[in-house]
Write a protein that binds this ligand. Structure first.
Ligand SMILES: [Zn+2]
Length: 167
């Protein structure tokens, strides 16, 4: 913590360090407000970046949570997903991540989230919500790491914590 400030002033930092994500406070607050409004259900949506600067979130797209149990899980409206990918392609952008809220007040990936960590490199922003207010935010990148040991080749999947840079 705190050491990232020097890096933040360097324009190319986002490209060099995949755990430093540029995300303006204004955009971040927009997401947090929406998540707070959605309490006690989970809010969800997508994070969009320009194709050549994938570590800088340019805009967010809110989606309807179509999960059967929206209080404990989320499912981004598939139509929003399709539209979003199409628009991003047309505009030279990429869908680089998703966000959702945790109405239990914790910004850590849940066991369900871990089980869904199937897109290597994808960013996950988790906003803790409690009684119509947003608490902690956690930004993570899914890492798939292939390990080769004597017996077998196995793949390790985990959420790596990222630093949010307001710039
Ligand atoms: Zn979750």
């Amino acid at each position: 913590m705190g050491n990232g400030q020097g890096i933040a002033s360097h324009r190319a930092a986002g490209e060099d360090d995949h755990t430093c994500i540029v995300f303006t406070n204004a955009l971040h607050e927009e997401v947090r407000d929406l998540c707070a409004l959605q309490w006690p259900e989970e809010a969800c949506g997508l994070l969009i970046a320009a194709k050549d600067t994938p570590n800088r979130i340019e805009r967010v797209v809110f989606a309807k949570n179509v999960a059967e149990e929206p209080h404990t899980t989320f499912e981004i409206d598939p139509q929003t997903l399709i539209d979003c990918h199409r628009t991003a392609r047309q505009k030279g952008e990429r869908v680089v991540g998703c966000f959702h809220s945790h109405p239990n007040g914790k910004a850590l990936p849940s066991p369900t989230d871990r089980a869904r960590a199937d897109e290597n490199g994808f960013l996950w922003l988790i906003i803790a919500t409690e009684h119509n207010r947003a608490g902690d935010s956690g930004l993570y990148r899914i890492i798939h790491q292939t390990t080769t040991d004597a017996a077998a080749q196995s793949e390790l999947r985990y959420f790596r914590r990222c630093q949010i840079i307001d710039r």
